[in-house]
Design a protein around this ligand. Structure first.
Ligand code: NAD
Length: 359
């Protein structure tokens, strides 16, 4: 076996239906007496319920989380935490809300208790991203890692199918890239393959029967594993492309992941054969790229960047940006092939078989 380094991050996890009822006890365990509850504007009712459950331990609710944490939202939330003399943050929501909590914690060091309601996996990572002047800058800092995460599948019951599918594919993308990450090791690969298997099996049920709590629980389990892999290894070309398209063209994060992943799998197909074999096995498919595309289609999600607001005139710039400060990738970053990959994702057909982009 190859030598490896594996950092085990200190997060307490509570998993299961009804676990959210323990929030008061968990806040007390963290020494939080004045929690600022964070949500998106749409999830304010959840925030108010959570604040109610925290009782005297809640200092207020700030429903200003926005996708990709624009710097203005981060500054407003930091000011609110100061104004209320908050001594802890409760993030009730998806990656946007947890991202906002991290932006506050980055400066203040306040502890975060996360109640995820999507499958983004952000709650398991020490990664914080803030968008300023059209570019999302990310950094790793253990200070922003939530101290406690309560995965209660009941909280995902309201997640519409149109959000559940792409959000689950976002999680699956973390597992997928973990399989060929530079720092991949036997433990992360085990979690990644199991995460792909759990998500690929659960997501179609979540879409067909959104109130199936068992499937919601299985999808959450996959999302947890996805977050763990994301926290343990660096991501590759797929995440670089998603950051470029999200930061520069303001495309919706989870849909961008779902659309791009099959095409990135095709790009990396020949460069990472054992990762592709594990992913294909977990997907129950002969080819990982084709299996991913079939999964996205089966979830009824969008398959073309043109359908989520990408301007065709921006593809050249996106290819250029993808080649700037590239992340590690098993296959070298070739500008021409990346441009073709983006064209394929823009049009939304099946991923290339290898001849077109040389994957
Ligand atoms: P999101 O948090 O933006 O949520 C999407 C929409 O769904 C929002 O309008 C939200 O209010 C709504 N919503 C969320 N949960 C709901 C529920 N259970 N019921 C009803 N509505 C609900 O989306 P996301 O995909 O979870 O997060 C995306 C963001 O997270 C991006 O900015 C991305 O960069 C970031 N992210 C960060 C990391 C990290 O490690 N730092 C990891 C993954 C994603």
């Amino acid at each position: 076996m190859q030598p490896f380094i594996y950092d085990q991050l200190p997060v307490r996890v509570l998993f299961g239906s009804g676990m959210v009822e323990r929030i008061g006890a968990e806040a007390e365990r963290l020494g939080i007496a004045r929690a600022l509850v964070l949500t998106t504007p749409g999830q304010r009712p959840l925030g108010l319920r959570v604040a109610g459950a925290l009782g005297a331990r809640a200092a207020g609710c700030f429903a200003g989380a926005v996708m990709h944490v624009p710097i203005a939202a981060a500054q407003a939330a930091r000011a609110e935490a100061l104004r209320l003399a908050a001594d802890g943050l409760v993030a009730a929501g998806g990656g946007s809300t947890i991202g906002l909590a991290k932006a506050i914690a980055l400066e203040s060091g306040l502890p975060i208790l996360a109640l995820p309601t999507t499958y983004s996996g952000s709650e398991m990572t020490p990664i914080v991203g803030i968008t300023e002047e059209g570019r999302k800058r990310t950094e790793r800092h253990v200070r922003v890692l939530p101290r406690c995460v309560i995965y209660d599948p009941v909280l995902t019951l309201g997640l519409p199918a149109a959000v559940s599918g792409p959000s689950g594919m976002n999680a699956l993308a973390h597992c997928f890239e973990a399989l060929y990450a530079e720092a991949a090791n036997p433990v992360t690969s085990l979690m990644a393959e199991e995460g792909i298997r759990a998500l690929a099996a659960a997501l179609p049920v979540v879409i067909a029967q959104p109130d199936d709590l068992a499937a919601r629980g299985d999808a959450f389990y996959g999302a947890w594993l996805a977050g763990l892999t994301l926290s343990a290894v660096g991501m590759a070309l797929h995440h670089k492309l998603c950051h470029v398209l999200g930061g520069r063209f303001d495309l919706p994060h989870a849909e961008t992941h779902a659309i791009l992943l099959p095409h990135v799998a095709a790009y990396n197909r020949r460069a990472a054969p054992s990762a592709m074999a594990r992913a294909a096995r977990a997907l129950g498919a002969a080819d990982a790229a084709a299996g991913l595309y079939a999964l996205v289609q089966g979830l009824g999600g969008k398959v073309a960047l043109r359908d989520i607001g990408m301007p065709e005139g921006g593809l050249d710039e996106a290819a250029d940006l993808a080649c700037l400060d590239p992340y590690y990738n098993p296959r070298p970053i070739e500008r021409g092939a990346i441009r073709r990959l983006l064209q394929d994702a823009f049009e939304g057909g099946p991923p290339a078989d290898g001849a077109r982009i040389g994957g």
